[in-house]
Ligand binder design. Sequence first.
Ligand SMILES: Nc1ncnc2c1ncn2[C@@H]1O[C@H](COP(=O)(O)OP(=O)(O)OP(=O)(O)O)[C@@H](O)[C@H]1O
Ligand SMILES: [Mg+2]
Length: 215
Amino acid sequence: MTLPSAAGPVNILRGVDLVVEAGEAVGIVGPSGSGKTSLLMVLAGLERATAGSVRVAGHELSRMNEDALARLRRDSIGIIFQAFYLIPTMTALENVSVPLELAGRADAAERAAESLRAVGLAHRLTHLPGQLSGGEQQRVALARAFAPEPALLLADEPTGNLDHATGAAVMDLLFQLRERTGTTLLLITHDQALAARCERRVHIVDGRVAEPVPA
Ligand SMILES: Nc1ncnc2c1ncn2[C@@H]1O[C@H](COP(=O)(O)OP(=O)(O)OP(=O)(O)O)[C@@H](O)[C@H]1O
Ligand SMILES: [Mg+2]
């Protein structure tokens, strides 16, 4: 995959050949700048690959227009980034329920409240993101990502902004939710111990899948 930049096109992914089975949890590790986030962006349909085939939940992304990609994300893909990307003017409940409403779910509010309960935030439904701790904000982001029961969850250093104990609690929650829902998980992490909690680890080096990392 090549991305345009002011300095000219940058060749980022050079033939990542990777198949992830439904329900599998895969830890993506590799040096800074190796292309992990780029891979996630391509899988989410947020960046387009210039060559090759990217299939998610049976859909060939290169053949889909932006609207179709947005629908696929809405219906099938949850994304969690290091930064929480909550909407600051919306309460925790609204941050989780509005995407469900946009997806046409009649039970958006109840489902959102249930999802926030599952991450231990039943008592914070009407708080704005600015009134929540970092760990709580990431738990709202987790609730938002899991609420639509996506087939695929993409997580990019989801605990990178949290202290160790808070990060560990958020990761426990993520693995719990994943177990409960059977969601396929791609977890990008610098933390080998976290990667080891996934059934399989994939090592990205210089835009390519490198030798398997020993467990
Ligand atoms: N939009 C862009 N335009 C041009 N180059 C980019 C763009 N996004 C990323 N890159 C370059 O692509 C390479 C891979 O970046 P990427 O963000 O995927 O790395 P990463 O493995 O996620 O690193 P980190 O562990 O530091 O997050 C880097 O050299 C980066 O500078
Ligand atoms: Mg990255």
